[in-house]
Design a protein around this ligand. Structure first.
Ligand code: 8YV
Length: 312
């Protein structure tokens, strides 16, 4: 019998095809034509952008799995899911390299002003002008907020650039050789590049605010490949406008894809459209892992990658 699932965010076309080929009946939560379908749905599938709150779960009495195609699941009310006996899965590991690659790309882009230099050449400005000198990245000090899987992968890449590496997190890690600072503010004061690599959600909301940016200072850069919610965006825009920090390179924002026009107008930023995991290889690996979790659920086998809260 075909299993009925519901997509709770747009999914890439290749994943939709794979779900249909695997015989799932895929409902879309934005166009439920038959309200009777709600009780037939037993699993939800969505990307890291999916919002799954208590209200939605109340409408779906038979859902027992939420399979997120992404490492971050801050849009899912995990406590409400657990209360209803629903397990949540995500896709850790398969996207770590890509996200760390983009983080380093953003460090280089903002530090060496690569997009601005590209624009300078395209505009024909080189004919009459010299592109301003920038700061050296190799050997500079990098601070990583969050020494999880992705933070460690960023550190590994930064080490290849001879960067001096420090980090902050809930607690010091015994298995990394980098300097630990108790707070993001203390870390920011000691680095040239501050890279945010913590999960989103209530516990990290606005973690990077005025005091952190002030500590980072007028020569410091902020890089965010985590979640927009981790940075107090209006405070960041203000700090960038007033040159309280040297610049920011951001892959994630508040209210994506509606980007604050003030942020878009600034010259000391590099902005990318939440593409850290968006390579063909990685998005396919994420989709495959999501589908393996779905298959395991329906075959009553152990789930491959439940979120930590659902392992306890
Ligand atoms: C995408 C992400 O937003 O994994 C995450 O947490 O932010 C990204 O990979 C998305 O989930 C792609 O499916």
């Amino acid at each position: 019998m075909a299993q009925e699932i519901m997509q709770v965010s747009p999914l890439p076309p290749f994943m939709m095809n794979a779900l249909q080929e695997a015989d799932y009946i895929v409902h879309d939560h934005t166009h439920i034509k038959d309200p009777g379908a709600l009780s037939k749905v037993t699993a939800l599938v969505g990307t890291g952008a999916a919002k799954v709150d208590k209200k939605l779960l109340m409408m779906l009495p038979n859902v027992k799995l939420i399979a997120i195609c992404g490492v971050g699941y801050d849009g899912v009310d995990v406590a409400a899911a657990k209360e209803k006996g629903i397990v949540v899965t995500h896709t850790p590991g398969v996207l770590t390299d890509d996200v760390a690659d983009l983080a380093m790309g953003l460090v280089l882009s903002i530090g060496r002003r690569i997009p601005q230099a590209d624009k300078f050449v395209r505009n024909g400005d080189w004919v009459s002008d010299t592109f301003p000198m920038t700061q050296k990245v190799s050997g500079a000090r990098i601070g990583i907020v969050g020494m999880g899987r992705i933070g460690r992968a960023i550190a590994k890449r930064a080490a290849a650039f001879d960067m001096r590496i420090a980090y902050t997190g809930r607690e010091p890690k015994t298995d990394v050789p980098y300097t630990f600072y108790k707070t993001a503010t203390a870390l920011a004061a000691e680095v040239d590049y501050l890279v945010v690599a913590v999960p989103g959600g209530d516990s990290t909301k606005n973690l990077i605010g005025g005091s952190v940016l002030q500590a980072l200072g007028s020569k410091g850069y902020l890089i965010n490949i985590a979640r927009g919610s981790v940075v107090d965006q209006p405070i960041l825009v203000q700090a960038l406008k007033e040159k309280q920090i040297a610049g920011a390179a951001l892959d994630v924002f508040w209210d994506e894809p509606m980007i604050d026009p003030e942020l878009r107008r600034l010259h000391n930023v590099v902005l990318t459209p939440h593409i850290a995991s968006a390579t063909e290889e990685t998005r396919r690996a994420m989709a495959a892992l999501t589908m393996e979790n779905l298959a395991a659920f329906y075959q009553r086998k152990p789930l491959l990658t439940p979120v930590p809260e659902c392992c306890a």
